[in-house]
Design a protein around this ligand. Structure first.
Ligand code: COA
Ligand code: MG
Length: 306
């Protein structure tokens, strides 16, 4: 039996998820690199980045790597193959042994997919901290995004984040790749809205062209403007631009300090609406400011560590 959580988890940046680098679990050399890269999270991929006849090899490389490695501040996620593939059971066994921060499920189209994996984790007494992330990357996944996100309302669902997969979505929708993602924006916004409605984080899709830094910057800025928390990345060169665009700007930090200070001022005690230089600032802006400053503190703390 699942029970409803009475209030949604406040969208608090306990974790930074600006840059979510994916690494094929078959690639030892790339895996060895990740602990020296300034990404917030790493997705070790057992799915599309690994050929069918190398899945077992990838699993053992990954387990061996994770058992001997310290990823430091980087969140560790394993992307497994879907439940209707012959690889799923063994991938899940690996997850239960490696105990990453999250398991990323590909091509999620129904809430039951989340619940089935949550049940498996529960049956194996996996700690609460082992979360579920879901790829939304098919037309049915987009159409059902709200229902899938709402499965995060049950206390044992473990659902934490959506990751958009545009390579699959473009293939299925026959929408060509083009700068600006014009005809995909409405799908992306539906996914963001569904995530926000149920307190999930939401990560934008990869950019395939990892040498085109101008295109990446534009896509990061667009993703940030659409409300994404961060971006899935395929190459180390994409980390810095993604951290920059999805991190708070200097102007946003200055504004947050101004708002937080104004509400902390005893002269404004008991007021929900105040005037700062001719602008109406509400207490909700102070909450936003606090959230942003917490993110800044996390980024600053990170800089002090290797
Ligand atoms: N994570 C960690 N290190 C990576 C990396 C990644 N995702 N991608 C590349 N690197 C490393 C390379 O190993 C290389 O290291 P080296 O100089 O010590 O050899 C360095 O970064 C430069 O790489 P580069 O030569 O520019 O590219 P490449 O040909 O080695 O790799 C890709 C290009 C696309 C094959 C590779 O980036 C990749 O596999 N990305 C992830 C793809 C993926 O997971 N797709 C599925 C989900 S969409
Ligand atoms: Mg995919």
């Amino acid at each position: 039996m699942t029970s409803e959580v009475s209030s949604f988890r406040f969208h608090h940046p306990s974790r930074l998820r600006r840059s979510v680098l994916t690494v094929p679990a078959i690639n030892d050399r790339a895996m060895e690199k990740v602990a020296s890269l300034d990404c917030d999270a790493v997705i070790f991929d057992l799915e599309d980045a690994v050929a069918e006849d190398r899945k077992a090899d990838a699993r053992s490389k990954l387990l061996n790597f994770l058992q001997k490695s310290d990823l430091g501040h980087r969140e560790c996620i394993i992307r497994i193959n879907a439940a209707d593939t012959p690889y799923f059971r063994e991938d899940m066994a690996l997850v239960l042994e490696a105990l990453p921060n999250a398991v990323l499920l590909p091509k999620v189209e129904e809430p039951v997919t989340i619940q089935d994996v949550a049940d498996m984790l529960g049956e194996h007494d996996a700690a609460e901290g082992l979360r579920i992330w879901a790829m939304i990357e098919t037309p049915r996944g987009v159409l059902n995004a709200a229902a899938i996100a709402s499965s995060g309302r049950t206390s044992d669902s473990r659902l934490d984040a959506f990751v958009v997969g545009l390579n699959d979505l473009r293939k299925a929708t026959v929408i060509p790749a083009e700068p600006g993602r014009t005809y995909l924006v409405s799908y992306l916004m539906q996914i963001v809205l569904a995530a926000r409605a149920y307190g999930l984080d939401v990560i934008d899709s990869v950019s395939n062209d990892f040498r085109d830094m101008e295109a990446l910057a534009a896509e990061c800025a667009q993703g940030r403007a659409m409300g994404f928390d961060g971006k899935m990345l395929i190459h180390p060169a994409q980390i810095e631009p993604s951290n920059h665009h999805f991190g708070p700007s200097a102007a946003a930090i200055a504004e947050a300090r101004l708002v937080a200070d104004a509400f902390a001022n005893p002269a404004h005690a008991g007021l929900n609406v105040i005037n700062i230089d001719g602008r109406m600032i509400e207490r909700l802006h102070a909450e936003e400011a606090t959230r942003l400053l917490a993110k800044v503190a996390l980024i600053t703390a990170r800089k002090d560590k290797p």
